[in-house]
Ligand binder design. Structure first.
Ligand code: ADP
Length: 447
């Protein structure tokens, strides 16, 4: 096992990784920008190295600075967390070239799944069902029009290098194709420096259901069930739950085994997530994330498996400590992403946290770097905490979540806690009857 791990990330996920390392007797090295000197994860790590000024491109995305920090600190492995460099194949490659173990999949697998078209072709070859669409990138408006006429309107134009829902446009009919294509392409170039686009049939009312998988370097792979992440605003997940209220055991086993078989055939190493849209009883693969996900704790809550610990064990070359039959799904879990935003306008509002009190009791977990007096810098993502609640049943989980949200005090900044309170009071949410558009209708973004 590793002696010292450098955590190439910030915020709650840096803290999450530190915790797993600590429990395994592994020393941690935090890296931080000048804006994060007072962050909780920096305080708790065994060592910390300042890697640059506040803008992420100069610090958390600064590969030479991070590799230098790992060298100076004498780390033997690097955990990239999520976001930032976690799906950067070049970073994974350079880390290994410099003698550090990259805690994640091989650079080849990151590259394959990072290109959405190659990912879909790979998924199809592995036997996963796809959304109908273009077999490769689309080059012209005529091509989009012909495809729309063939598979049926509306279609969705998506960026090959996509992520975070950027560079995505719905096209209702042929006469909108040109404008949508140009807009989506511009957005993709601005966000990813890559204007390659592809087209998919637009599903009108799907749920977003993803499967957590783990693969080791000994040819084993398992699934840890699904997460329903249909509650989204602007394609960003807001609240996630497991099990999905839309699946029965048969469907869960079907999609879980399909996902585990696919990654076993790939020889995939580490944690990963296969994302599907689910509509009218059918699953459609949309992408694979080759890293730990923000919403991983709900899976941990119902399986009792520490996913970061497993990532570390797999990276160290150890075999999975369990088989598919050993994994028991028990109860229900929900995660609320708490953002420092106005709960109605969603305008980010960083600032100083004056009071801080977390909910507690059975079935409550809070992953956050917040503390009273913490000054949240304005440069990064607005998610400041994750409240993860579990219970024996969905109903128990919902009742517990309601009281946990009541107890949670974050003073001095606005947060989306009132939004979560509003969501869980809706009859449709209580019934589990929602799709990916439901939340945008609730907050008035969509009719
Ligand atoms: P990104 O990598 O940018 O997150 P995804 O392909 O994962 O892009 O899609 C993000 C979200 O966009 C999905 O969770 C879903 O809400 C919506 N979406 C993606 N593809 C389709 C589709 N074909 N039809 C309808 N909605 C879609």
């Amino acid at each position: 096992m590793f002696e010292k791990v450098l955590i190439a990330n910030r915020g709650e996920i840096a803290l999450r990784i530190h915790r797993a390392c600590r429990e395994m007797g592994i020393q941690t090295v935090a890296v931080h920008s000048t804006a994060d000197s007072d962050a909780m994860y920096v305080r708790l790590a065994d060592e910390s190295v300042c890697i640059g000024p506040p803008p992420a491109r100069d610090s958390y995305l600064n590969i030479p600075a991070i590799l230098s920090a790992a060298t100076i600190a004498g780390a033997d492995a690097i955990h990239p967390g999520y976001g930032f460099l976690s799906e950067n194949a070049r970073f994974a490659e350079l880390a290994e070239e410099h003698g550090f173990t990259f805690i994640g999949p091989t650079p080849e697998h990151i590259r394959t799944m990072g290109d959405k078209i190659v990912a879909k072709q790979t998924a199809a070859a592995l036997g996963l069902p796809l959304v109908p669409g273009s077999p490769g990138p689309v080059e012209s408006i005529e091509e989009i029009k012909a495809l729309g006429d063939k598979i049926g309107w509306p279609v969705l134009i998506k960026a090959v290098a996509g992520g975070g829902g950027r560079g995505m446009k719905v096209v209702e009919s042929a006469d909108q194709a040109e404008e949508a294509f140009n807009l989506a392409r511009q957005e993709a170039i601005a966000a990813f420096g890559n204007g390659a686009m592809y087209v998919e049939k637009y599903l009108p009312h799907p749920r977003h259901i993803e499967v957590q998988i783990l693969g080791d370097t000994h040819g084993n792979a398992v699934h840890l069930g699904e997460r329903d992440c249909s509650l989204q605003r602007r394609h960003q997940k807001v609240l996630e739950e497991t099990p999905s209220p839309a699946l029965n055991k048969e469907m869960r086993d079907y999609i879980g085994n399909l996902a585990a078989d696919a990654v076993r055939k790939m020889g995939y190493r580490g944690a990963g997530t296969l994302e599907f849209l689910f509509q009218d009883g059918q699953f459609y693969f949309i992408e694979m994330n080759t890293r730990l996900q923000v919403e991983h704790p709900i899976t941990e809550a119902i399986t009792g498996i520490d996913l970061v610990r497993e990532q570390l064990r797999i990276a160290a070359g150890e075999p999975l400590g369990f088989t598919q039959e050993d994994i028991v799904f028990s109860g229900h879990a929900i995660e609320c992403r708490v953002n420092a935003e106005n709960p109605e306008t969603f305008v980010p509002c960083p600032g100083r946290v004056t009071d801080y009190h977390t909910p507690g009791g059975l079935g409550i977990r809070v992953d956050s770097g917040l503390y009273a007096g913490y000054k949240m810098p304005p440069y990064y993502d607005s998610m400041v905490a994750k409240l993860i609640v579990s219970g024996n049943s969905r109903n128990e989980c919902l009742m517990r979540l309601r009281r946990a949200l009541e107890e949670y005090v974050i003073g001095g900044i606005e947060t989306t806690i009132p939004l979560h309170q509003r969501i869980i009071a809706q009859p449709a949410f209580i019934d589990g009857a929602y799709d990916i558009h439901w939340l945008e209708r609730l907050v008035g973004l969509k009719k």
